[in-house]
Design a protein around this ligand. Sequence first.
Ligand SMILES: Cc1ncc(COP(=O)(O)O)c(C=O)c1O
Length: 363
Amino acid sequence: MDRSFTQVIDLRSDTVTKPTPAMRQAMAEAEVGDDVYGEDPTVNRLEALVAEMLGKEAAVFVSSGTMGNLISVLSHCGRGDEMILGDRAHIFRSEAGGTAALGGVHPHTIPNRADGSLDLADIEAAIRSDNEHYPTTKLVCLENTHNFCGGRVLPVDYMDAVGELAHGRGLKLHVDGARIWNAAVALNVSPARLLAAADSVSVCLSKGLGAPVGSVVAGSADFIHRARRNRKIVGGGMRQAGVIAAAGIVAVTEMVERLADDHANAQTLAQGLAATEGIAINPAEVETNLVFFEVTQEGMSAAQLSAGLKERGVLINATGATRLRAALNHHVSAGDVQRTLSAVRDVLTSGAGQPVGQGFVYN
Ligand SMILES: Cc1ncc(COP(=O)(O)O)c(C=O)c1O
């Protein structure tokens, strides 16, 4: 077994990315003010820039994707209202039930299809009629790209169709766009076009784009007015936040196009894994930077494969008994992909590691 690695290849998530030198410089030089007074020029610049990129009237800077989704839902729904979303949605599975805990919003889940979409007929059937027994349906949520469905991309036509359905029934459409940048690059469309039908969107700066902190919620001016109050309610009003917003500006201006490199590396990894005995994956289903695959070798669990890879300097999380996820990101080169494939083959031929750690990861 070759344990002579010098640098760990970290494929656990695209959230592990560290700020670039340009981000650190922008942070050091950022002009700041009190953002709760609306006086931080760098935050204001980031919000205006992202609103424009997403084709929305206004935007608000928040600390995380979870906060972005939470305040979006709180700004669309009151207590006892209902939102329709996929059963594999990050909002439903991995945000600690915040919309129910803090907003009293009732989640109505319908099955996510393998490509991350929701069947329009299922959405239609889930919308409640006006009856005193029922919660009031207010919102439909989509996720693009869809994390737990393999980083799959929802295309423009589909987004438009869900928007039309929702609006036709008096509902709003929120998009968890934590990785909307990946979706737009994969589809070769502008994020604004992709989000034309969305009433609100939460986008992350600290995943593939590499900023250290932050997300942005965008929507109409009226919606963002309500979202700012809800941000304050959850303790998210930040003060001299320009220090972190400065990195966000670099993220959205310099780091979006290069996501295509992550997608290309993901495809190379998927094809290499598909050619590896003891691994199952369909590379055609890898559309962006997330590579989910199954270990099929008898006697080897995902946790064991993950532990064996760790011993060889490659970090990949187990996300189920036999399932793993590798998240390509800007620290991982084409050469690292080849080293990863060698490490996988080495574990499969020379034996598993001892599983350690916190169990399955859902972020
Ligand atoms: C699809 C999706 N939405 C939202 C989030 C939440 O983002 P954060 O970790 O910044 O709270 C994540 C995080 O991994 C995600 O994958």
